[in-house]
Design a protein around this ligand. Structure first.
Ligand SMILES: Cc1cc2nc3c(=O)[nH]c(=O)nc-3n(C[C@H](O)[C@H](O)[C@H](O)COP(=O)(O)O)c2cc1C
Length: 181
């Protein structure tokens, strides 16, 4: 099987996971904005990874817009966010967000994986910086005791640099691809 890994990444964490996966499987890799339906149609298996931004998955349109041309082949989606995907509450939150943009058919067909990225406030663009400042204010207003673990982590890492990327996290995805191949 030949496969394509696409990614939507603003600061490189998701791109790093996409590169590790492409390397491990000897698949091609493309930024989501450079991929289109005709390109996707040439591959047997499609993997898209997107950074989590306020619950949205960056670049997921490459899957949703071109779904007709990939619906009959294996499609894998991985997310990359600051929140810890070992925590099932965080995963439920991510998947609730996905349910807003994926049709029931897509949800049934697409295999999901969740990886952990990081954040470096010194590299954030103006819009992202403003979003995080607003989010922080609303979290502080709620009070720490009323926050989910994910939101506490956001407060604790605010203004800092943290990197939880880990090549070992891709192992279950690689295993899954090898099984269906
Ligand atoms: C404005 C903004 C919103 C974010 N929203 C989320 C989120 O909803 N859930 C999450 O787990 N991480 C969130 N993050 C953290 C990013 O997902 C994390 O930095 C990730 O590693 C980004 O991947 P990238 O470098 O490939 O873009 C957010 C970061 C920013 C700057």
């Amino acid at each position: 099987m030949n496969g394509l890994v696409t990614y939507g990444s603003a600061y490189g964490s998701t791109q790093k996971y996409a590169q590790w996966i492409a390397e491990e499987l000897s698949y091609d890799i493309k930024a989501a904005e450079e991929a289109d339906g005709a390109m996707l149609a040439r591959y047997d298996i499609i993997i898209h990874g997107g950074g989590l931004y306020a619950g949205g998955v960056k670049g997921i349109q490459v899957i949703t817009k071109n779904y007709a041309s990939i619906a009959h082949k294996p499609v894998i989606l991985f997310t990359c966010g600051l929140a810890d995907p070992e925590d099932q509450e965080n995963v439920a939150h991510i998947e609730a967000g996905l349910a807003k943009v994926l049709s029931p058919e897509m949800q049934k067909h697409i295999k999901l994986f969740h990886f952990r990225g990081g954040i470096d406030y010194s590299r954030l663009g103006l819009v992202h910086r403003a979003m995080m400042a607003m989010l922080r204010k609303s979290m502080l207003r709620k009070g720490r005791d009323n926050l989910r673990q994910e939101d506490k982590l956001m407060l604790d890492t605010y203004g800092k640099k943290v990197d939880f990327t880990d090549r070992q996290m891709i192992a279950p995805l690689i295993e899954y691809v090898k099984q269906i191949g």
